[in-house]
Design a protein around this ligand. Structure first.
Ligand code: FAD
Length: 407
């Protein structure tokens, strides 16, 4: 981490701050830096939390290079201001001391299904507006992919434990090990008097490669592996198929858990993950092969072929170039799609043609009173996108619940 005060001094306090435009949820970065320089760090932390309840997390896992720091005017001729480090310092050091204004309880219950960034954002914002909020989570602890996907060396679990304490201090109730769509369905929640239900169940079903051999015992899906790497024995040599965050995390974790030869095979000529992530993966010893795609998996490894762009610019696979790469494990990390357990249980909920939960612009699903946002609606995206969408949906849920009084 860079020296925070020195970095803050670098900020020009631009009239039209490009950093703010570069942030998907328009964090008021110049104001954060101004408050820090004037020793009003608690005001800066409160402002950050109110704009983004997941500020500490975003300061660690956002791709700042492509967002705020990538847009910083200082970056044109030299290094941009280390905005992520400044936000991290402020949010982390003040988190426990932030006191939120809570409106008095209004007697209405809200059910939040899922405790990833989408669910946590909705829970905090609606609790602030006076609703009685209960979070239902199929897993033991809160956090969603932040806890059960992103490795601890990038996002320490203690941060999520601190969020749990914060939720408790706000009076938000939590039901762990509770899958909605099992013993209890959404209709049961509505029948029990919840004024509205929020679905933030994310995208956890691994996207398949759809190649022969994908069911064999030497194949693992990254999103499952990262859930609990210690129960896997990947062996010495691992081929990771993919180019995003999950591919980088799976490769770096495999190295940390003892695999000696880990190569990421990328279909195109660059990765989708941040440059920073890729640099760190290379430092960890991960190798990269570009313009390569798997075509078949056997007990001995994976057949990898070259890819190329045809005259229309479409990516194609040269099947005849396929060669066996002997590996102990093939790790598939080509994104995730939503599970549809809830939809199967409640036929009033519909999916869109991409297999995501269908909502209108206001986040309303096809079931009255039921709203959704985050990966379950957009498909696999990022923490800051889940927070940004959920801020809008919290407003819509509030309007909807207030309108119930006028019916
Ligand atoms: C390996 C990996 C690394 C990533 N790295 C980054 C990164 O560095 N930066 C970044 O910004 N984004 C990253 N992402 C993406 C980011 O984590 C997601 O976009 C974000 O977590 C989506 O938030 P969400 O709240 O929609 O869903 P999730 O985080 O998936 O949370 C959904 C929650 O709902 C729960 N749930 C599901 N079904 C039910 C049910 N029926 N009943 C009750 N609870 C249920 C789940 O257990 C989970 O806790 C990464 C994703 C992966 C897979």
């Amino acid at each position: 981490m860079k020296n925070i005060r020195t970095e803050a001094m670098q900020c020009y306090q631009c009239k039209n701050p490009r950093c703010r435009q570069g942030c998907p949820i328009h964090t008021n970065i110049p104001e954060m830096i101004r408050l820090l320089k004037e020793d009003q760090v608690m005001d800066a932390a409160t402002m950050l939390f109110e704009n983004n309840p997941l500020s500490i997390v975003c300061s660690l896992v956002c791709d700042q290079e492509k967002q705020c720091e990538g847009a910083c005017i200082r970056g044109i001729k030299g290094d941009p201001v280390a905005i992520g480090d400044i936000e991290q310092y402020i949010s982390n050091s003040c988190f426990e001391r932030i006191r939120l204004n809570l409106q008095p309880e209004n007697g209405k219950r809200v059910a939040v299904i899922g405790s990833g960034p989408a669910g946590l954002t909705i829970a905090v914002l609606l609790r602030q507006k006076g609703y009685k909020v209960t979070i239902f989570e199929v897993r033991e602890k809160i956090g969603g992919i932040m806890r059960y996907g992103i490795p601890d060396y990038r996002l320490p679990r203690t941060i999520l434990d601190r969020y749990y304490d914060k939720l408790k201090s706000l009076g938000i109730l939590f039901r762990p090990n509770m899958a909605i769509g099992g013993a209890i369905g959404i209709q049961d929640l509505l029948d029990d008097g919840y004024a509205s239900v929020f679905i933030g169940t994310g995208a956890w079903k691994p996207r398949r490669l759809n190649i022969p051999g994908e069911t064999f015992g030497n194949v693992q899906y990254a999103v499952n592996y990262l859930n609990n790497p210690d129960v896997y024995d990947l062996g010495e040599k691992v081929a990771v198929i993919g180019a995003g965050n999950a591919a980088m995390d799976a490769a770096r974790t495999a190295v940390r858990k003892g695999s000696r030869d880990v190569t990421v095979y990328v279909r195109r000529d660059k990765v989708a993950a941040s440059q920073d992530e890729m640099d760190l993966a290379m430092i960890d010893g991960v190798k990269f092969e570009y313009m390569k795609a798997p075509v078949r998996i056997t007990d001995d490894g994976v057949f990898i072929a070259d890819t190329f762009f045809d005259e229309e610019g479409k990516l194609k696979i040269s099947e005849e170039s396929a060669k066996l790469v002997p590996v102990d494990t093939v790790m598939v990390a080509v994104s995730q799609v939503p599970q549809n357990r809830l939809v199967t249980r409640d036929p009033a909920l519909k999916l869109n043609d991409r297999g995501n939960l269908a909502t209108d612009e206001e986040g309303a699903t096809t079931m009255k009173g039921v709203f959704a946002s985050g990966d379950v609606v957009t498909g696999a995206k990022t923490v800051v996108h889940a927070v940004g969408e959920s801020k809008k949906i919290a407003e819509e849920m509030d309007h909807y619940m207030q309108s119930l009084d006028q019916d």
